[in-house]
Design a protein around this ligand. Structure first.
Ligand SMILES: *[C@@H]1O[C@H](CO)[C@@H](O)[C@H](O)[C@H]1NC(C)=O
Ligand SMILES: *[C@@H]1O[C@H](CO)[C@@H](O)[C@H](O)[C@H]1NC(C)=O
Length: 371
């Protein structure tokens, strides 16, 4: 078995060695983020205070629900921290006069890569598809004049990171119940094209450094295991994940990476980094003990918040509802509420991205270690 190394203990930091000084400018002036609940820091919660507005969401780090779909910080929070930037404020909750020069978050929980029309054609009612990736791009364009004026934008964007994703996971989730694997594969080019289109438009707007994260191993996801879990042993890999679902995501990520390569060739002045969320998350499922998580064919996959057997989940009792339960030590669980990870898992994935081998090519060297 290949050993999984999430990050190296001897990783070099930008200017940690000689201490932080104001003479050292930060590697990035700002981060603008687009995506879904994996990186939403409060957009969906601003107007639609549903699940993440209830305890125990936010209980680990913020001590109150923070609009994030986890018990604490998300990957995007840890990335901002590593680069000395404040946590990104959610676009829909910006107040007049708020300083936005260090970045804004457009990610919206439940958001899709494809627009609402696509799902309506499939007879699927998806409210959050109203906040699809193209809508988030429109929000950015509306905000841009208050960020920089034409000539200033070039120097400002030179040190600005644009993160587009993870997005597409909800498109896949919405379709899974209605399609077999081969029909699901036919959807992939549409999702990849939607992402590519937004990247291209951001480049037209002046972006020169972008990130595109791939998708997670959904075959290891507690919500997927609970919903479509099978009785047949041969449907699972040696770690307890549903093999066909992971194979589908591997296919999806390969298509996404091909599209990124094409974008790089078309835009040689632009740096596009791929975040391998699949590889980083897979590490946690393959060697849970090594990273401080409970281990065991079922234990590894048990959600911390919810109720039901065997994965701690059921359709009726969702995390944050009165009947739901919360585990005693969320830092020992990878999965938080079914679809989403715990802060402990997000922290390790962020380390794998920023300090480890899961960003290709790497971002600029981070000045701070992810604690
Ligand atoms: C929106 O901003 C206000 C303060 O300006 C804050 O109290 C509130 O928690 C924020 N809501 C979300 C969902 O981020
Ligand atoms: C998958 O579904 C499509 C229709 O969406 C059908 O034509 C095809 O035969 C199915 N394939 C399998 C292996 O069941």
């Amino acid at each position: 078995m290949k050993i999984c190394i999430l990050f190296s203990l001897t990783f070099a930091y930008g200017f940690l060695g000689n201490g932080f000084s104001n003479a050292n400018p930060l590697p990035y002036d700002a981060i603008f983020n687009f995506g879904d609940s994996i990186s939403d820091t409060g957009n969906a919660a601003t107007y639609n205070p549903t699940m993440p507005s209830n305890s125990p969401y936010g209980s680990t780090y913020f001590n109150h629900p923070s609009g994030r779909m986890s018990n604490g910080r998300l990957i995007i929070d840890f990335i901002a921290e590593a680069y000395g930037l404040p946590m990104l404020p959610p676009y829909l909750n910006l107040t007049k006069g708020q300083d936005i020069t260090q970045g804004v978050n457009f990610a919206y929980a439940g958001s899709t890569a494809l627009d609402k029309d696509f799902f309506m054609q499939q007879m699927l009612e998806l409210d959050a598809a109203s906040y699809s990736l193209s809508t988030q791009l429109e929000w950015f364009k509306k905000l841009k004049p208050s960020l920089c004026k034409s000539e200033e934008c070039d120097s400002y964007f030179k040190n600005t990171l644009f993160i587009v994703g993870e997005i597409g996971g909800n498109d896949i989730n919405a379709i899974i119940p209605y399609k077999n694997m081969s029909a699901l594969r036919e959807m992939v080019p549409l999702i990849v094209e939607a992402i590519t289109n937004v990247i291209t438009k951001l480049i037209e707007e002046g972006a020169v450094e972008l990130v595109v994260p791939g998708n997670f191993p959904i075959g290891c996801n507690s919500a997927v295991l609970a919903r479509v879990g099978s009785d047949k042993k041969e449907d699972y890999d040696q770690f307890g994940c549903l093999a066909a679902y992971n194979a589908f995501i591997e296919y999806y990520n390969r298509q996404l990476k091909k599209a990124i390569e094409t974008l790089r060739q078309k835009n040689p002045h632009v740096k596009i980094t791929y975040f391998d969320y699949y590889g980083a998350a897979k590490c946690l499922f393959q060697a849970p003990q090594q990273y401080g998580f409970s281990s065991g064919k079922i234990e590894t996959f048990r959600a911390c918040c919810g109720k039901g057997e065997p994965y701690g989940l059921s359709e009726q009792i969702y995390c944050g509802s009165v009947a739901s339960m919360v585990c005693s030590d969320p830092s020992k669980r990878i999965n938080w509420d079914g679809p989403h990870f715990t802060e402990a898992a997000y922290r390790l994935i962020a380390k794998g991205i920023v300090e480890g081998p899961f960003a290709n090519p790497s971002l600029k060297s981070p000045p701070f270690k992810i604690a």
